[in-house]
Design a protein around this ligand. Structure first.
Ligand SMILES: [Zn+2]
Length: 90
């Protein structure tokens, strides 16, 4: 089992975390004016890159959301930070 670094709690088992989305996949502005295609792309389309990627994760024990940079090939955790860029949320 892999350990993920929660910025608030420290290293914890990966089973305590939930993937909350790709960093930079911003929620569409508005509500009624947003087409179903745009909503579907926001909700269900993910980048799935090979190599280094920045993602939003939620630690289900402390319920905090944070940014984690990891390599999808080696599974190496490069960094994790409590800061989310402007407009990001989960
Ligand atoms: Zn935590």
């Amino acid at each position: 089992m892999q350990l993920f670094p929660c910025p608030f709690c420290g290293p914890r088992p990966e089973t305590e975390f939930h993937f909350a989305g790709d960093l930079g996949n911003l929620r569409p502005e508005g509500f009624l004016g947003v087409s179903t295609d745009i909503w579907a792309a926001y909700l269900f389309s993910h980048n799935n890159p090979k190599g280094e990627t920045k993602e939003i994760w939620k630690h289900l024990t402390c319920m905090e959301v944070f940014t984690m940079t990891r390599d999808t090939v080696t599974h190496q955790i490069i960094s994790s930070t409590a800061l989310l860029p402007e407009g990001e949320g989960a």
